[in-house]
Write a protein that binds this ligand. Structure first.
Ligand SMILES: [Zn+2]
Length: 577
């Protein structure tokens, strides 16, 4: 019986890869795909005004047709500075676009930046204006769009708007652009395949969703605050289908667990096979844990892990506690430890990775919910009055892992540059980071080092116009409030998996540094070069790209809306610059 169930669940999980067999009733990740034109859809012919020179790239027509068939709306977002330079006319450009549509099919929006760099517009990529404008044309928001492009500025524009960015490199794409991208596809077909796979993977399987269980579900995320926060959407999905959700977390994740919607009870226990600084495995402690797990009376357990952790040791304890159904992500053979053995390809963002396990187990988000990070209403206190009105910039230099922290000396220079640029800066940090925050804040900032628990820190972040931070918990707090992030991201773990999720972001730092993919907690390279080389002026520029606190970018003032060929989109818009 159990072996049959294991096989059935494995088959069903395999459906995640095929994108088949999904219920498709809950919220979707993506409404639309926005495409760069030259070098992505068609061969890059510099300043082309000649329809005869339009050549679609391999796989584009078939890939776009797959996206259309899946119900995704399509837009083009393209820099065409040849207009500003007088190298071709709007009429010639429209003829080129007509030819593109004749060859690869229609688009629902065309958004073009007609400016040169020197014009200082808000639409020329890497600025995010075209992405905002195209998303609005398509009746959605950037957070529900994928942007596909062939160079770094396409990806930067996508991330700065809070969209997902996919890089499909060509021979002229620079290696550092490839290294920095959150998601790289070998060709257009592969990008399309992965967009559709990710879209389907968060929808519960038809068969599993039909067996609505209710009851008590034990969910597990035994790691630090950031890990618990990124598992939030998956836990909400479980809560949507369960009567009661009990969360098992470690000591370092407890404060974050208290902030998550959908959690009815929290159990805290260290798990020595997860902790980075683990204690010995004590048989008496393990017996006590088994007793506590048995006491939950769970009908089912869902073990959430990150890509370098195994659910199997805990699955064994859950079996010993008598939990009848256990789900987890495991490439390692689980024997009879898992009823749902789910598998996820490398590179998927952690929140989606967890959501896909929930889906494979039969749990999807409520139709009114969204696959974004969110905190429990009422769990977050307001920011202290001394910070003044919302709109300050939070600078959080520290991290539990020093390899992912902003070097203190650099953080102090960033603070100075921000103050000089007219920002109100609030420096935050944990109790053991007071010395660093005091030094960093000396430039004329408010120092909150050691004065906030996680909930209070969330309240401070909620009032910020932007957060400047390494790869650590506060970046995920910012994502939960939609507060833009300047992410000084050490490449020790993949940016695509751990970068701020679905929130406007600019990534800084050397993504190709030797510490890349080492997962090191302490930087293995003398001088911490991946972050130490960031120029404070880059942070100020990143805030400008994010529209903080400059003029808000929006569809009404950016980009030229080119009428869809044969369509009815009015030629409004255009900044007139
Ligand atoms: Zn422009």
């Amino acid at each position: 019986m159990r072996q049959d169930q294991v096989k059935a669940d494995q088959c069903r999980s395999a459906g995640v890869f095929a994108g088949a067999d999904r219920a498709g009733s809950g919220p979707v990740l993506f409404d639309a795909v926005l495409l760069d034109r030259d070098g992505t859809l068609v061969e890059d012919v510099p300043y082309n005004g000649d329809p005869e020179k339009v050549r679609p790239l391999p796989g584009v027509r078939a890939g776009l047709d797959r996206l259309r068939a899946a119900g995704l709306r399509l837009g083009v977002v393209s820099n065409q500075s040849g207009l500003a330079r007088g190298l071709f006319t709007v009429g010639q450009m429209r003829a080129v676009h007509a030819r593109v549509e004749a060859l690869v099919g229609p688009f629902d929006s065309w958004r073009v930046c007609p400016h040169e760099e020197a014009d200082g517009c808000s639409c020329r990529k890497p600025l995010p204006g075209l992405v905002y404008a195209a998303a609005a044309d398509l009746g959605t928001v950037p957070g529900r769009c994928v942007v596909v492009g062939d160079i770094g500025r396409d990806v930067t524009a996508a991330l700065a708007a809070g969209a997902v960015g996919v890089l499909v490199p060509t021979p002229v794409t620079r290696p550092e652009e490839v290294a920095a991208a959150p998601w790289v596809a070998a060709d257009f077909s592969e990008a399309v395949e992965e967009i559709l796979r990710r879209q389907h993977a968060v929808q519960p399987a038809v068969q599993a969703a039909a067996v609505r269980r209710g009851g008590t579900v034990l969910v597990v995320r035994a790691d630090s605050a950031g890990d618990v926060l990124v598992t939030g959407p998956a836990i909400r999905a479980v809560a949507h289908g369960a009567d009661r959700v009990v969360l098992l977390c470690g000591p370092r994740g407890r404060a974050a667990a208290e902030l998550l919607p959908g959690v009815d009870e929290v159990i805290e226990h260290p798990l020595p096979w997860i902790d980075p600084d683990p204690g010995r495995v004590d048989p008496a402690q393990m017996q006590a844990l088994i007793g506590r797990l048995a006491g939950v009376g769970a009908d089912e357990a869902v073990i959430f892990t990150s890509f370098h952790q195994s659910p199997l040791p805990l699955a064994l304890l859950l079996r010993m506690a008598g939990v009848p159904r256990v789900a987890g992500i495991s490439d390692d053979y689980p024997g009879s430890l898992l009823d749902v053995r789910h598998r996820v390809p490398a590179g998927v963002p952690e929140p989606e990775r967890a959501l896909s396990l929930a889906a494979a187990t039969g749990y999807g988000l409520a139709p009114t919910d969204q696959p974004t990070l969110r905190l429990r209403a009422g769990a977050v206190p307001p920011a202290p009055a001394r910070l003044g009105a919302p709109g300050y910039v939070v600078l959080h230099p520290g991290s539990a892992a020093s390899s992912r922290a902003i070097p203190p000396e650099l953080a102090a220079r960033i603070a100075g540059a921000l103050v000089d640029a007219g920002y109100r800066v609030v420096v935050t940090g944990g109790p053991d980071e007071r010395e660093v925050t005091a030094a960093v804040a000396a430039a004329g900032c408010v120092d909150l080092g050691g004065r906030t628990g996680l909930a209070e820190l969330a309240g401070v972040v909620a009032g910020a116009a932007a957060v400047v931070v390494g790869n650590t918990g506060p970046a995920h707090l910012a994502a939960a409030f939609g507060v833009p992030v300047v992410s000084l991201f050490a490449p020790t773990v993949p940016f695509g998996q751990w970068g701020p999720y679905r929130v406007p972001t600019v990534r800084l730092g050397d993504a190709a540094a030797p510490c890349r993919d080492t997962r090191a907690a302490t930087c293995p390279v003398p001088g911490h070069p991946c972050l130490a080389g960031v120029d404070p002026a880059e942070v100020v520029e990143a805030l400008r790209v994010l529209g903080v606190p400059g003029e808000p970018v929006g569809p009404a003032t950016t980009g030229v809306a080119v009428p869809a060929i044969g369509g009815s989109v009015p030629a409004t818009g255009g900044s007139g610059r």
